[in-house]
Ligand binder design. Structure first.
Ligand code: SF4
Length: 92
């Protein structure tokens, strides 16, 4: 996926969320993702830190964070469409 498009989409949906315009389905999905991120050791100062790493739960490969702002990342519905998500550790 185009990283710029993904980031834009995340911030766009973040804005919709702030304005209370996010669909119920996307809000539910974003909250579920955020709950997972909240427990993740890669989360640092609101980002999926590129300075931290963990084992991808599917491949078992040690993987760095993507450095995205988690609040926006969890709201991108592009990953929802592409099935499988874009969490570097494949947790969502
Ligand atoms: S996107 Fe994945 S790796 Fe990054 S903080 Fe969230 S759960 Fe952790």
């Amino acid at each position: 996926m185009n990283k710029g498009k993904e980031i834009f989409d995340g911030f766009y949906h973040g804005l919709l969320g702030q304005l209370n315009l996010l669909s119920k389905e996307n809000r539910k999905l974003a909250l579920a993702r955020a709950a997972i991120c909240k427990q993740c050791p890669l989360l640092h100062k609101g980002r999926c830190s590129k300075h931290r790493s963990g084992k991808n739960i599917v491949t078992g490969v040690e993987t760095q964070g993507c450095n995205c702002f988690v609040a926006a990342k969890t709201m991108s519905n592009l990953r929802q469409i592409e099935n499988g998500g874009n969490c570097p550790l494949d947790k969502w």
